[in-house]
Design a protein around this ligand. Structure first.
Ligand code: C2E
Ligand code: CA
Ligand code: CA
Ligand code: CA
Length: 279
C-alpha cells in the first residue's frame, strides 16, 4: 500500500499542471485577441540566391498581449489549433498579408510573392479554397502571387484528401510550398504526387552547414531531388555567408534567414523594398 501511495501522485506532475494552466490562459486570451487588435504581421525577405534580389516575403504572426506580453507563435499556434481559434486567426492573417501586398504594389514596389503559413487545421477546412479565392478577388491580386506554406503534417491522416485539396488550390494558380521539409512524415513516393512548387529546406539542416559534412550531404541531396522533380528550393534559417555560398554553389534557388533580413514590421520592410539588393 505504501508503494502504491508513493507512486500514484506522479500521474499529474506539477509541471503538467502548470502547462495546462498556461494553455487555458492562452486559450482564453486568444478568444479575444482578434477583436482587441492584438495581432500584427512581420514580414521576412525571401531572396533570389543568384541575384540577391527580393522575390517575396513570408508573413509571420505576432501576438502582443497586455499581461502575457509577446507570446511566440511556436507556443500559441498549437493552442489556437486545439481550440479552433486558428480558423478566424488564419483568415485574418491571409487577408492582412494580401492587403499589405496590394498596398506595396499600389506604391509601385515590384514584390512578386506573399508567402502565408497555413495550419493543417485550416487546410482541412472545406471552405478554404473559397475563402482564398474571395480574398484574392477582394484585393485584386493574381493567384500566382500567393504562396501557401504547408507542412508535411497536412497529408498525415488522409493523403488522398490532402492531394485533392492541393490539386484544387494548384488549379486556381496558387503556389504551394512544403515548409520544414525533411522533418515530417511524408514519404518521397507521396511527395512526387503533391503539386508542390517549392521545397523549404528546414533550418535544422542549414544551421550547421558550415561545419557538418552530413548536413551538407543532406542539403545537397534535397536540392538535387527537388531539381529532378521540377521544384524550386528555398533554404530557411540562413545566418552566415558560408551557408549562403554553399547553397548557391549547390543550385538552391532562394534563401531566407537573418543574413538576408529579419522578420520586420511593414514600415521597415518598405525601406528594403526601396533598396532591393539584399545579399
Ligand atoms: P516557420 O514557418 O518555419 O517560420 C520560420 C521561423 O524561423 C520564424 O519563427 C522566423 O522568425 C524564424 N527565423 C527566420 N530566419 C531565421 C534565422 O536565420 N535563424 C533562426 N534561428 N530563426 C529564423 P517565428 O516567427 O517565431 O514562427 C515560428 C513558427 O510559428 C513558424 O515556423 C510557423 O510554423 C508558425 N507561424 C508563424 N506565423 C504563423 C501564421 O500566420 N500561421 C500559422 N499557421 N503558423 C504560423
Ligand atoms: Ca513558414
Ligand atoms: Ca519553416
Ligand atoms: Ca518551423
Amino acid at each position: 500500500a505504501k508503494l502504491v501511495g508513493r507512486n500514484t501522485y506522479s500521474f499529474f506532475t506539477p509541471e503538467m499542471r502548470a502547462q495546462s494552466v498556461r494553455a487555458l490562459q492562452l486559450e482564453n486570451a486568444l478568444r479575444r485577441a482578434l477583436e482587441r487588435d492584438q495581432f500584427t504581421l512581420h514580414y521576412q525577405p525571401q531572396v533570389c540566391i543568384t541575384t540577391g534580389q527580393l522575390t517575396g516575403v513570408e508573413a509571420l504572426l505576432r501576438w502582443q498581449h497586455p499581461e502575457l506580453g509577446q507570446v511566440s507563435p511556436a507556443e500559441f499556434i498549437p493552442v489556437a489549433e486545439d481550440c479552433g481559434q486558428i480558423l478566424p486567426i488564419g483568415e485574418w492573417v491571409l487577408r492582412q498579408a494580401l492587403v499589405q501586398l496590394r498596398v506595396w504594389r499600389n506604391q509601385g514596389f515590384a514584390l512578386k510573392t506573399m508567402a502565408v503559413n497555413l495550419s493543417a487545421v485550416q487546410f482541412r477546412q472545406p471552405q478554404l479554397p473559397e475563402i482564398i479565392k474571395r480574398t484574392l478577388a477582394e484585393t485584386g491580386l493574381e493567384p500566382g502571387c500567393l504562396e501557401l506554406e504547408l507542412t508535411e503534417g497536412v497529408a498525415m491522416d488522409d493523403p488522398r484528401a490532402a492531394i485533392a485539396t492541393m490539386d484544387q488550390l494548384h488549379a486556381c494558380g496558387i503556389r504551394l510550398s512544403m515548409d520544414d521539409f525533411g522533418t515530417g512524415y511524408s514519404s518521397l513516393s507521396q511527395l512526387k504526387r503533391f503539386p508542390i512548387y517549392k521545397l523549404k529546406i528546414d533550418q535544422s539542416f542549414v544551421r550547421d552547414l558550415d561545419d557538418d559534412a552530413n548536413d551538407r550531404a543532406i542539403v545537397s541531396a534535397i536540392i538535387r531531388m527537388a531539381q529532378a522533380l521540377g521544384m524550386q528550393t528555398i533554404a530557411e534559417g540562413v545566418e552566415t555567408i558560408g551557408q549562403l555560398a554553399f547553397l548557391r554553389e549547390q543550385g538552391c534557388t532562394e534563401a531566407q534567414g537573418y543574413h538576408c533580413g529579419r522578420p520586420q514590421p511593414a514600415a521597415q520592410l518598405q525601406a528594403l523594398l526601396a533598396a532591393q539588393l539584399l545579399c
